[in-house]
Ligand binder design. Sequence first.
Ligand SMILES: Nc1ncnc2c1ncn2[C@@H]1O[C@H](COP(=O)(O)OP(=O)(O)OP(=O)(O)O)[C@@H](O)[C@H]1O
Ligand SMILES: CC(C)(CO)[C@@H](O)C(=O)[O-]
Length: 282
Amino acid sequence: MEGTAVAFAPGHISGYFKRIDGDSPKTTGSCGAGIVIDRGVTASVTPSPKTSVIVTDRTPAGESLISYGSGLIEELLSGLGVCAKVETTSGLPIGAGFGMSAAAILATLTAANAVFELGMSAEAISELAHETEVAHNTGLGDVAAASSGGVAVRTAPGIFGVSSRFFPDAEICSVTFGSIFTPDVIGSPEKMAQVTAAFPVGEPATFTEFMMKSRQFAEASGLIPARIRPVLDACDEAGILASMTMLGCGVFAASDALEILSEFGTAVPLKVCPHGPTLLEV
Ligand SMILES: Nc1ncnc2c1ncn2[C@@H]1O[C@H](COP(=O)(O)OP(=O)(O)OP(=O)(O)O)[C@@H](O)[C@H]1O
Ligand SMILES: CC(C)(CO)[C@@H](O)C(=O)[O-]
């Protein structure tokens, strides 16, 4: 095997969710809804005698090397029986509620599938990506959502749980102050009980309904960090719908809230991504 394959997978902002435990990682996941966003992870995969992973981010705040090595990606490749030099570049900070782990897995698998000619279908890639996320507690519903585009509503766990997708031409804006370690939250039965109790009734049919349900959920979930309260207040005052990025210390707002969010940190304009993982180069 020779050459390099490069793939992109979109990130995902989860607005609300509840954990559903099945009898295997395949049937475990979450219900909820979130936005598949146009920033995500680009992965380049080059066959090599030994696996190595370089994780970088190229976010609006600048570019930095995050780590040499990623247990998640190394385990994934070893499970496929291949060795490669992998470079992942995240367009948004890792751990901040933008679903970068799911995007990294989906992008790496899409590129590895091409360069090693593994013959996996898009469905098989999503299935393996979802099982990997759940097994590592790094996400529950991000893979199901980011396997395609739009605002994704999930009514069952796993990759077949998306009941609807809609594609608003919305200006979205986000600001983040750092990470919340996902495994600490989704691995805690106490936190998950409060999250489940906060799950909103009914499914959103419009972007406005999605934003309202997300905020209602965030308030009732007990997950809102004090650090983001002034940002939510400023959006409320300006009549802009906003909520917390699940699971990160950040806010996402509907409409062009760049000016307001920029008062608090580096604000990022985002769009709804119309597609899932894409092969860019092979
Ligand atoms: N771009 C990446 N490349 C390689 N590994 C990654 C990448 N992003 C995340 N990971 C791995 O996933 C682990 C957990 O990430 P985490 O789930 O907190 O991030 P996230 O998916 O961006 O956040 P969230 O689930 O809140 O949206 C990280 O510690 C890292 O090992
Ligand atoms: C658990 C979660 C909020 C973490 O990103 C997400 O995977 C989801 O919505 O299930």
